[in-house]
Design a protein around this ligand. Sequence first.
Ligand code: SF4
Ligand code: SF4
Length: 374
Amino acid sequence: MPTPEALNSETLKEAERLMTICNACRYCESFCAVFPAMERRTVFAGGDLNFLANLCHGCQGCHTACQYAPPHEFAVNVPRTFAALRAQSYAGNAWPDVLGRLFKWNGLAVSLAMALALAAVLLLTFGLQDPSIIFGTHAGEGAFYRVIPYAAMVWPFGLVFAFALFAMIMGGARYWRATTPEFHGKLSARAVLAGVRDVLTLKNLGGGGGGCNYPGEHFSTARRIYHHFTFYGFLLCFAATSAATLYHHMFGWVAPYEFTSLPVLLGTAGGIGLLIGPAGLLWLKVRADPAPQLRELLGMDVAFLVLLFAVAFTGLALLAVRETPAMGLTLIVHLGFVLALFATLPYGKMVHGVYRFLALVQDAGERYSGSRTQ
Ligand code: SF4
Ligand code: SF4
């Protein structure tokens, strides 16, 4: 049984072997951003390979087209090898170090976090309130806070979210430091803007325009569409929470808000996006060709999508039952899922957004500099 370090080095060696073959072949150079970035290099250090792995979004296009894929003796499988490398970079750059282990059994870790968070919110609420209040009907201003007092809701959630944000920034900084010794370009505002644009449009998920070979061999834009629903659903939910915070602290308007208010409109649109997007991505994942995928990462992907779906579903359910006796319990369950999401953000699939963005910025910096390595 190899040690984690040996395994790490084996994966890097395999990635280097594949990039050396691909750099000689170059058949896939128009498929995605990875191959042009590869062609700017003639040697591949660890930072180079981690950068290329995080630039790859696992569309499977190069695997579908590759004449050297198994059963050929070269056994080229770029998406699978890069997925293994990404998993290592997620765990290796995690902050604090010890929590990087959560990536290994991520499906289990997220499931446990869900159970613990639900139990914590349940215990907190029943410890603070009489059951007659929890199962009572509350309407009008401050209805939610009659079940869970404002301070008991905001402080624990705020602290966990602040920690998650800090941990993700630290992880991103570690990734950047480890990767950019092989940065053969220049970091500029233009490169950052290009990275932001590529993230907002998910340009690379469009393949050459007709989409990716995902979930099957035919070209499809389904993954890009469902990813858009998920990404913008998440952003809209975040905007809804920010708007509600402004309402509360700036104007003194206390939740729950009217159905036509900004927080509810944004939250409803975001919630619908977070139902459609994760459900669609899960459906595609079930149908996808397993050969270019890394089985070990399946648990992490599925756990994250299920958690997003659960947050959205319970959030919309809360909106539907907020003036009924079911509001208290629905609020507890919803907050439990939200707490689990916040707690696992830096140790699950969410970090791919940070690393992919940084890889896109690095790629744009190299392209604009027109640099090549020896
Ligand atoms: S994935 Fe295969 S076909 Fe594509 S560049 Fe590499 S070796 Fe060539
Ligand atoms: S799987 Fe897709 S994104 Fe990754 S290297 Fe191959 S073609 Fe590029």
